[in-house]
Write a protein that binds this ligand. Structure first.
Ligand code: AMP
Length: 211
C-alpha cells in the first residue's frame, strides 16, 4: 500500500501506520521521527530544526523534500509506505506528486483521520514518549507499569517539548492554516478517504473499500 495519513497532530496517524504496517509489510515513514532522531543524534540537520520543532512550527518545505526524495527511493519502500506527517503543506503535496510521477509510482489513497479538536488536545497533553525507542504512552489511558519508565526498553519517558499547551495550540493553528488545505487537494485528486475517528477496524474497512 502507498498511503498518505492526514489529520491533525494527535489524530492517531502513527498508531494507525504501525497497525497497517503489520498488515502488509509497508514501511511507516514519519518525518517527525526522522527529525527527532536527527536532534537526538546531534547532527547538523538536528541542530538546524531543533528550535523550530520545539515551538511547534514547520521545518522548511525544501529541507523536508530533500529528506523525502532520498527516503522514498530506499529499498524498503518498494513494498509500499505509509506517510505519517508528510506532506504537510500544499507545496510539499505538489512536490510529492512530481516526485512520484518521476519515479513512476501511484498513491493508493490519502486517508484522513477526522477527530474533534477537544479529543486532540486531551490526547496530546496526556501523551508521553520514550526518549529511546519512541514508544507512546498516555498518562490516562496507557500509563507505563512503572511511572516514567518505558515498559519496552526501560528508558526514560518524557513529555515532548512540542506537547506543552502553548506548543500544541501553535501546532493546531499551523495545522489549520497550512495542512488542512491538503484534504481538499487530495479530494480534487480523487484520492481522499475520510474516516471519522481513529479506530483501526473502521480504517481497515475504509481502505478495503477503496483499494
Ligand atoms: P510530528 O511528529 O509529525 O507531529 O512532527 C513533529 C514536528 O516535526 C512538526 O511540528 C514540525 O516541526 C516537524 N515536521 C514533521 N514533518 C514535517 C513536514 N512534513 N513539514 C514540515 N515540518 C515537519
Amino acid at each position: 500500500m502507498k498511503i498518505i495519513l492526514l489529520g491533525p497532530p494527535g489524530a492517531g496517524k502513527g498508531t494507525i501506520a504501525k497497525a497497517l504496517m503489520q498488515h502488509d509489510g509497508s514501511v511507516q515513514i514519519s518525518t517527525g521521527d526522522i527529525l527527532r532522531e536527527a536532534i537526538a543524534a546531534g547532527t547538523e540537520l538536528g541542530k538546524q530544526v531543533e528550535a523550530v520543532m520545539a515551538a511547534g512550527d514547520l521545518v522548511t518545505d525544501e529541507l523536508i523534500m530533500e529528506i523525502m526524495e532520498q527516503r522514498l527511493q530506499q529499498e524498503d519502500c518498494k513494498q509500499g509506505y505509509l506517510l505519517d506527517g508528510f506532506p504537510r503543506t500544499i507545496p510539499q503535496a505538489e512536490a510529492l506528486k512530481a516526485l512520484l510521477a518521476k519515479l513512476g509510482e501511484k498513491l493508493d489513497c490519502a486517508l484522513e483521520l477526522d477527530i474533534p479538536r477537544d479529543v486532540i488536545i486531551d490526547r496530546l497533553t496526556t501523551r508521553r514518549t520514550c526518549t529511546n525507542c519512541g514508544e507512546i504512552y498516555n498518562v490516562k489511558t496507557k500509563p507505563p507499569t512503572v511511572e516514567g519508565v518505558c515498559d519496552v526498553c526501560g528508558s526514560q519517558i518524557v513529555q515532548r517539548d512540542d506537547e506543552t499547551e502553548e506548543a500544541i495550540e501553535n501546532r493546531l493553528q499551523v495545522y489549520n492554516q497550512l495542512t488542512a488545505p491538503l484534504v481538499a487537494f487530495y479530494r480534487d485528486e480523487g484520492l481522499l478517504v475520510s474516516v471519522p475517528g481513529s479506530d483501526i477496524d473502521s480504517v481497515m474497512e475504509a481502505i478495503r473499500n477503496r483499494i
